[in-house]
Ligand binder design. Structure first.
Ligand SMILES: Cc1cc2nc3c(=O)[nH]c(=O)nc-3n(C[C@H](O)[C@H](O)[C@H](O)COP(=O)(O)OP(=O)(O)OC[C@H]3O[C@@H](n4cnc5c(N)ncnc54)[C@H](O)[C@@H]3O)c2cc1C
Ligand code: SF4
Length: 345
C-alpha cells in the first residue's frame, strides 16, 4: 500500500484520490476551504431541452465517492507550510486551525490546487462597473445553478430582472499581452454558448449577441461553429469591443465592425463578461517548496522527472482545462503512481 498526500480537493484532487483509493492505497486530501469541489461547486448544469454536455454531471459522483472511501482522509481548512524528506519518505508540515503538525512517511505527493478566475484577480477588467446589468460569467453560473433541480429543465431561471437582450464578450483576461495572459483559456467559448442557450430557453424572445475573437472549443462540443450559433438564433460579431459604458437604461458597447469596416454601437440590457483560467499566486510558493518550474504565465510544470521525485501535478495547476480534460489528466497521474513499482506495495 502506498501513502499519498493530495493538496487540493477540486475535481483534479478528488478524481486522483478515488483512483488511488480504489486500488487500496492510503490517501490524504489537504483542502484549504471547508468543502470539496473547488471552482465547479458554484457552476450550474446548462441542460436545456437537450443535454449540452458541459460535463458538470461528471463530478457529483466523484465527490460522493471520495466521502465513501475509508482509505481517504480529508483535512479541511488545512494549509501546507513545510516539506522535507526524500521520495518514499516525505513529510508535509501542515497548519489546521492554528495547530501545527506533520504528515509523515509519504510515498508520493500530488499538487492539485487549481486555478483562479479572472474576476478574482486584483487587476480585473476595467470595463466592469458597479452596474447590476454587467456580470461575470461566474455570476451567471450561480444564477444557473440556483435553478435548484437542474434535471427539471422547466424550473425557471431567476435573474435580478428580465432582460430583453444580452451580450457576451469573450476573451476577457485571456489572449491579451496587457493582461499577462496571452494564451486561450479554452473553456469560455463553450460555456458562453451553453449559457446563451440557457438564456434563450428561459427567455425565448431575448436577443443574444456574442463578441468573439474566434471560436475555440474542443472536447464534447467539437462541432461548435458560427453556423451552430446561427441555427440557435444567437448573433455573433467577430471582434473584441473597444469600449463599454452605461447609458440611460442600457449598456452601450462600442466596437469596430470588421465586415462593414466601420465603428458601431450595440445597446443591451445585460452584459456577460467571459472569464478564463489563470494561475494561482500559491504556485510561486509550490515552485520553491517542491522544486517545480513556473511557466511565463505562472502555471507549474516539473523540472525533474516525476518518476524520480514522486511529486506529481494534476489538473488546471498546469494550465487551462475543462472538466473532462481535468478528469483524464488526474486519472493519468493516478495510474502513473499505481504503476510505479519502486516504492510501496
Ligand atoms: C466561469 C467558468 C465556467 C466554467 N464552466 C465549465 C463547464 O461548464 N464545463 C467544464 O467542463 N469546465 C468548466 N470550467 C472549467 C472548470 O472550472 C475546471 O476545469 C475545473 O474546475 C478544474 O478543476 P481543478 O481541480 O483543477 O481546480 P479547482 O476547481 O480550482 O480546485 C482546486 C482546489 O484546490 C484548493 N486549494 C487551492 N489552494 C490551496 C492550498 N494552498 N491548500 C489547499 N487547498 C488549496 C481549492 O480550494 C480547490 O478546492 C469553467 C471555468 C470557469 C472559469
Ligand atoms: S476559449 Fe474562447 S473566449 Fe476563452 S480565451 Fe479562448 S477564444 Fe477567448
Amino acid at each position: 500500500m502506498k501513502k499519498i498526500a493530495i493538496i487540493g480537493g477540486g475535481i483534479a484532487g478528488a478524481q486522483t484520490a478515488v483512483e488511488l483509493a480504489a486500488r487500496d492505497h492510503q490517501v490524504i486530501i489537504i483542502e484549504k476551504s471547508d468543502e470539496l469541489g473547488g471552482n465547479i461547486k458554484d457552476y450550474g448544469c446548462k441542460a436545456v431541452d437537450v443535454c449540452l454536455k458541459d460535463n458538470l454531471c461528471l463530478v457529483d459522483d466523484v465527490f460522493n465517492e471520495v466521502e465513501d472511501f475509508d482509505n481517504i482522509d480529508i483535512l479541511f481548512q488545512t494549509r501546507v507550510n513545510d516539506f522535507t524528506g526524500k521520495p518514499g519518505s516525505y513529510s508535509l508540515g501542515i497548519e489546521r486551525e492554528g495547530v501545527f503538525s506533520s504528515i509523515d512517511d509519504l510515498d508520493y505527493l500530488v499538487v492539485a490546487t487549481g486555478y483562479t478566475k479572472w474576476s478574482d484577480l486584483e487587476t480585473g477588467t476595467p470595463e466592469v462597473y458597479e452596474d447590476k446589468r454587467i456580470i461575470w460569467a461566474s455570476q451567471l453560473e450561480e444564477f444557473i445553478k440556483s435553478r435548484k433541480d437542474h434535471l427539471d429543465v422547466d424550473h425557471k431561471l431567476t435573474l435580478d430582472f428580465e432582460p430583453e437582450s444580452a451580450v457576451f464578450i469573450q476573451c476577457n483576461g485571456s489572449r491579451s499581452i496587457q493582461e499577462k495572459a496571452k494564451y486561450c483559456s479554452r473553456i469560455c467559448c463553450g460555456y458562453s454558448y451553453r449559457m446563451a442557450r440557457v438564456l434563450k430557453h428561459f427567455f425565448p424572445e431575448i436577443e443574444i449577441t456574442i463578441f468573439f475573437m474566434d471560436l475555440q472549443e474542443g472536447g464534447y462540443l467539437q462541432e461548435l461553429s458560427y453556423q451552430k450559433l446561427d441555427d440557435n438564433e444567437i448573433g455573433y460579431i467577430n471582434c473584441k469591443p473597444i469600449k463599454v459604458s452605461s447609458q440611460d437604461e442600457k449598456i452601450n458597447i462600442f466596437y469596430e465592425d470588421q465586415k462593414k469596416g466601420k465603428k458601431d454601437n450595440l445597446k443591451t440590457d445585460l452584459l456577460i463578461l467571459s472569464e478564463g483560467i489563470h494561475a494561482k499566486k500559491v504556485n510561486e510558493e509550490w515552485s520553491r517548496l517542491f522544486n517545480l518550474q513556473l511557466d511565463e504565465y505562472g502555471f507549474l510544470y516539473p523540472i525533474e522527472d516525476q518518476k524520480d521525485t514522486n511529486i506529481y501535478l494534476a489538473g488546471t495547476i498546469k494550465g487551462p482545462k475543462d472538466i473532462a480534460g481535468t478528469i483524464s489528466d488526474s486519472k493519468n497521474v493516478a495510474y502513473k503512481i499505481i504503476n510505479d513499482n519502486k516504492t510501496g506495495g
